[in-house]
Design a protein around this ligand. Structure first.
Ligand code: F6R
Length: 614
């Protein structure tokens, strides 16, 4: 989603802003721009990437050099096409207020008409531009209002979601920021302050940050900042210490972030389990939910809400919790849950899963569940994110910053947390110590097994070469591997733009089989488990219709070789562990097909890393 950076201090603002925008590129965008204040406002903005914005800034005859205050933005088009004129920052008519905005102003059309009646004209098609004119209008028309007051007034008028950063030549030594539904964080330096929509641009400058909450705004000066609510009530904010290193958000020798993140998974898996998996006492220690564990064990049911890849992790969670803890689970798309009339109340438990912790639909589902009295637990990757803060309790995935837009390591980390949660809930309820110990041992050996799978890179590149020009793919799996089939298909379509569908293998004959011909690669996840023989029959059915089969199978399975065109082996393991193994070759297959097709895997078209709008 759009990215925000802001700076006030002693360094050349344009450099800090450009560097920050570069770090936000992973969120997805189609235009970029900055505004700096040096007596007057200078703006450089255009369609295209941050590198070309950098060139344009160089060509701007030093207009922007020496300025030590400014704001910058990467825009992901929602209202108005990607173009120079729709790029942020937006200016008022006199050119002395500049604003950048993430989110959506829902009443922009009505405000546009109202402002036009007051003589305002618009130079973009965006909803955001309305806000800068509204600030200008209120500042001009209400006596004794200052900059802060004008922004505050404007925010009481707009409906929708926003993260904004505003500067003005009329009150030049401040940056005003505010949020509602769109994250903002302030980085605290020595007489300098950094503002961003996530912590990635801040970490090279400072580890001390303040996360704004919804309904808060801050006025940031060179020597300090003050946070208030939109209603003007001063807020005491706690400082948070960032816990990741700069190198974690750099590529570390890999060609893409996505590949780096795929190969990081063995280490991530160790990080997720560190201190939590206690084989010797057959226990899982989940500090974040320790106080609520008993209540959770008594839950009549658990509702899991999430979006996209996190929803797929949730589906695996359903299998895990029902198998280990014997608690009924429902899994819902957060976007559907929030607009149904969901039956949920005190005594129910909602589990929300989100890598970013900022997904608008997931956040809305959690708020609704809280409102109705349910206990809400979060599984998030981004520390201090809105979802992490608004849930009653939760568990971090500790996967480190995930920069590639297509989620990989965060997914496996989520599934491990769900596995640990299911085991923690099972204790003394449905499993013996020996069984828990056995399951924990299995988890503990996971990183080594994943390392083995990653070694089949060359084979997967080969398979990718074979199928890179396919127009459609089908992914089939059963039980724990059905959600993996969905995830494999999603990964392929989002980064390679090849149409792909995931199905429970047995559903194939209820429709998708009609699609199968010699042009159709079918990825079948077929580990040796209780449905193995049935999945083999599905493979036979695909073969009969001349479909091409890529099987993900258990090491040592010779039988499947006779049926499949290609077999990628994964180590043997208990059924519950298999999704964490079988998903790895699928991530790699998508990656290599996409790169062979020349796609920008880290920034796939039309996609955003953090979906903070509906
Ligand atoms: C796909 C992907 C998305 C996200 C979804 C939810 O690779 O990353 O489908 O999983 O947008 O995002 P989070 O997990 O941040 O709530």
């Amino acid at each position: 989603m759009c990215g925000i950076v802001g700076y006030i201090g002693k360094q050349e603002a344009a450099n800090v802003l450009l560097g920050g925008l570069k770090r936000l590129e992973y969120r997805g965008y189609d235009s970029a721009g900055i505004a700096v204040l040096n007596g007057s406002l200078s703006v450089v903005k255009q369609k295209g990437n941050v590198a070309s914005l950098g060139e344009a800034i160089k060509q701007s005859d030093g207009m922007v050099s020496d300025a030590t205050i400014g704001i910058g933005h990467t825009r992901w088009a929602t209202h108005g096409d990607p173009s120079d004129r729709n790029a942020h920052p937006h200016l008022n008519a006199q050119g002395d207020i500049a604003l950048i905005h993430n989110g959506i102003i829902e009443n922009h059309a009505a405000l546009r008409v109202e402002l036009a009646n007051h003589g305002y004209s618009f130079s973009s098609d965006t909803d955001s531009e309305v806000l800068v004119h509204l600030i200008d209008h209120l500042w001009e028309s209400i006596p004794f209002l200052d900059f802060e007051g004008a922004v505050r007034q404007a925010l009481t008028v707009v409906e929708g979601a926003y993260g904004i950063c505003v500067i003005s030549g009329r009150e030049p030594d401040k940056v005003i920021v505010a949020r509602k539904g769109s994250p903002l964080v302030i980085g605290i330096g020595e007489n300098e302050f950094f503002i961003a929509s996530d912590a990635a641009p801040l970490v090279e400058y400072t580890r001390k940050v303040v996360y704004l909450s919804d309904g808060e705004m801050a006025v940031v000066h060179r020597d300090g900042y003050k946070v208030k609510t939109i209603d003007n009530v001063v807020q005491e904010k706690a400082l948070t210490e960032l816990d990741f290193e700069l190198e974690e958000i750099e590529k570390g020798g890999f060609e893409h972030f996505m590949l780096k993140e795929i190969f990081e998974q063995p280490d991530v898996m160790e990080d997720v389990m560190r201190g939590r998996v206690r084989i010797e006492d057959a226990r899982v220690q989940l500090g974040g939910i320790a106080d609520q564990l008993e209540q959770l064990r008594k839950a009549q049911r658990i509702i899991i809400c999430a979006c996209g890849t996190s929803w797929h992790a949730g589906l695996i969670g359903e299998y895990l919790i029902e198998e280990f803890a014997n608690i009924p689970v429902e899994v819902d798309y957060a976007s559907e849950f929030r607009y149904r009339k969901p039956i949920i109340g005190p005594g129910d438990v909602m589990l929300v899963i989100s890598q970013s912790g900022e997904t608008a639909d997931t956040l809305a589902a959690l708020r609704l569940a809280k409102e109705k009295g349910a206990t809400v637990i979060g599984i998030c990757n981004v520390v201090g994110s809105t979802i992490a803060r608004e849930t009653h309790c939760g568990m971090y995935t500790h996967a480190g910053p995930e920069i590639g837009v297509a989620s990989t390591k965060a997914f496996t980390a989520q599934v491990i947390v769900l596995t640990m949660l299911a085991l923690a809930l099972s204790k003394e309820r449905t499993m013996s110590d020996a069984e828990v110990m056995q399951a924990l041992y299995c988890l503990d050996t996971l990183p080594e097994r994943v390392k083995n799978i990653l070694e089949c890179r060359d084979q997967i590149v080969d398979i990718a070469e074979h199928y890179k020009d396919a127009r459609n793919f089908l992914y089939l799996g059963r039980g724990y591997n059905f959600p993996v089939a969905l995830e494999g298909a999603l990964k392929l379509k989002e980064i390679s733009y090849i149409h792909a569908e995931g199905y429970p293998a047995a559903e194939m004959k209820h429709g998708p089989i009609a699609l199968i011909d010699e042009e159709m690669p079918v990825v079948v996840i077929a580990p040796k488990d209780t449905t193995y023989k049935k999945v083999l029959s599905n493979i036979e059915e695909v073969r009969t219709r001349k479909g091409r089969v890529i099987a993900i199978a258990t090491e040592g399975d010779e039988e499947i070789k006779a049926l499949a065109d290609h077999v990628i082996y994964v180590p043997a393991g208990a059924p519950f562990i298999m999704p964490l193994l079988t998903v790895i070759p699928l991530q790699m297959l998508s990656y290599y097909i996409a790169t062979l097709r020349g796609c920008d895997v880290d920034r796939p078209r039309n996609l955003a890393k953090s979906v903070t709008v509906e």
